[in-house]
Design a protein around this ligand. Sequence first.
Ligand SMILES: Cc1ncc(COP(=O)(O)O)c(C=O)c1O
Length: 383
Amino acid sequence: MERKVYFDNAATTPIRKEVIDLIHKTLSDTFGNPSSTHSFGRSARTQIETSRKSIAKHFNADPQEIIFTSGGTESDNMLLRCAVQDLNVKTIITSKIEHHAILHAVEFLDENRLAKVSYVKTDAEGFVDFEDLEKHLKADKTKKLVSLMHINNEIGNILDLDRVSKLCQENDALFHTDAVQGVGHYAIDLEKVKIDFLSAAAHKFHGPKGVGFSFVRKNSGLNPFIVGGSQERGLRAGTESVHNILGMAKALEIAYNKIEEEQKYLKELKVYAIEQFSATFPGIHFNGCCSDLDRSTCTLINVSLPVPEDKATLLNFHLDLKGIACSKGSACQSGSVKGSHVLEEVVPLSHKNNPSIRFSFSIFNTKDEIDYLIKTLDSFVKE
Ligand SMILES: Cc1ncc(COP(=O)(O)O)c(C=O)c1O
C-alpha cells in the first residue's frame, strides 16, 4: 500500500479522536436550537456557554469576550472592518507578510477610503522592525489600529506580542493579532498582554473546520458585524454551530492540557528535520529564522531547496506521487509567476530561483516520516 505522510498541518490539522466523538454525540444528542426556550434549546445553550467559559479560561479572558465565528477569515474581516466602522480608526498599520484574510481586508478598506493603510518594515528574516512600527504609530494624530500576526503561517516567525501591545498602549493605538497559527500551540495570556482583538480558527489545532472565534476586549464599542438575531451578544447573528463550537472547545482543552509535552515533541521533531535537511542538502536555505526555537514556531519549517531548475517544477508533483503532502511556495521568479507574497519579502536573491516548500508538523508526525521525506527528496534530486 502506498505510504501517506501529512506535512501540511499549517493548512489544516487532523481532528483528534476525542473531538470527533464529541461532535458525533452532540450532533445526535444536542440538536436543539440554542435560542429556543424549551429544554432542547436550553441544553444546547448551556453547552455553548460552557464551551465559551472553557475557551476564555485558557486565555485568562472573560467568557463574554469570546465571540464564535466561522473561522480565521471571518474573525479577521470582522475585527478590522468593525474597528474602522465603529471605533473611528483612520489608519491601519500592518505588514506585507500577513495572511490574505488581513491583506485583502485592509486593501478593501483602503480602496473604499474607509481607512488608510500603512505597512511596517520587516527585516531580512521577516521580523517586524519595531523602530519603524513606532514611527508609524507616531506619524500623525489619527486613531490607529495595528494588525500583526502572532505566528506567520508561511515561515513560522513568532511575533513578540507583548512588545507590540506595549507600543500600542504608549501610542494610544488598538492592537489586533491574527493568532490563527498560534492558538492551541502557544499560550497567550490576555490579562497580561493587552491585545484588543484576536482571531483564531479551530481547524489549526485539531478541531473542526468552519468554526473559530474572535476575542473582543470588554467594552470595546464594536457594533454588529452580521445582523439578524441576537446571538453572540448581537455582534454575529445566526444560529450557532453547536457541534463545531463544542468540538473547538474540546480541541483547545486537550491542546492546552498537553501543551508542554506536545511542544517538546514538536521541537524535537523540528530540530531533527533541520539536522536531516542540512546534512542531506548542503546548499539549503531555511526561510525565516527556523533554527531559533524561541522565535520560530515548532510546527513548521520553510526551505528553499537547491534543486536544478528543470527538476524544480516537478518537485511537488513527485512528492504528491510519493504520498507526501506539503505546501509549495515560491518567491516570484522574474515577475512571471505569481509567487508567495511572504517569500517574496524574505527569500534572499541567491535562492529566489529555488523552489520553496513548507513542511508543517503535528504531534501525529514522526521522525520516521521525516526520514521518508528526506530519502524521497534525495533520490529525486539525484535521479
Ligand atoms: C494566519 C492565518 N490567518 C487566517 C487564516 C484563515 O483561517 P480560516 O481558514 O479559518 O478562514 C489562516 C489559514 O490558513 C491563517 O494561517
